[in-house]
Design a protein around this ligand. Sequence first.
Ligand code: ZN
Length: 361
Amino acid sequence: MDSYKQNVIGNSLKVRSQRVRRMKAGIIGFVCFMTVVPTILCIILFVKVYSLQNEVNDLKKGYIGASFYNDYDTLGSVATITENSNTILEENDGTMYNSKDGIDTLIDQNISTSIDSKENQTELDEITSDKDSSDDNLNNTNQLETKDKEEKKQVYLTFDDGPSKYTSELLDLLKSYNVKATFFVIGKTDKHSLDMYKRIVEEGHSLGIHSYSHDYTNIYESLENFDNDFTKLRDLLYDTTGYLTNIYRFPGGSANNIAKEKISLFIDYLNENDITYFDWNVVNGDGTGEKITKEDSYQNVMNGVKVHKRSIVLMHDTDMKQATIDSVETILKDLLEQGVEILPLDDSVKPIQQIKASTLQ
Ligand code: ZN
């Protein structure tokens, strides 16, 4: 009887210890699972972040290499805009820079990446003498009125990448100061955007083509893509506003680092279609990936305008650029107080172009 009891007790102990072992194994397995899986996930994420960081660095190098900065555009894609440079040097019709102040900018900012120092010096000499002779001519005319007119600074405010949720506010503001600006827009078909295209035209501003998709890699890949994108937007704007625009701004400017040597194809295309493209010589700084304040935006514009007789100012009209919109009123007020003429661009305005068709042939 005792041995039977002992057997029963022994068996039940055995069963219990087996159960305990199974539970232990289960707990250990669970703990291992909860530790190992997140660790593996962390490693995968780390590798992913590292490779993305490298790609971002490469992109940055590509843009900054030509004195441009990255920009984060309205479409949410990273670093597709390189529209940030005070480096515009050349006017459309001649070998000279715009004016002596252009040279100051060039020297101050030490920025010319495409012209070597020797050429640079020669051009500077030429420009200086040119400026002197034009001064003489001016004096000879002895017409104060003309001189006053000549001396009046001209500023062309341009807003890229719109329409945005701020466009309406911006148009109201421009209207209240009776100022006309230029909008280089992208392709959007929602009602608000279509209304904005119309308002831009109806209120006397210049409506220019920027890009339907604003996708650098696509539009600069081939002339066919460029043509498709350009035509799609031009048609949309014509159908919406009844106005066939003939002014254009290259995404990233004509000296962008994506189009590279193909830019000559696109410039030829624009020339053949009687389209004038405009770059810029002043930026408010909202084209970088860095966040700027409205004070930065204001100050950058005022500093840029100060050193140029004729300024084409690049700003952005996107949902992300509230600082820009917030700075516009003070910019308008102060420029008008200084007696500056604020004008819209059109094809009669002498363009500022980073890369000219003639330099490519
Ligand atoms: Zn743009």
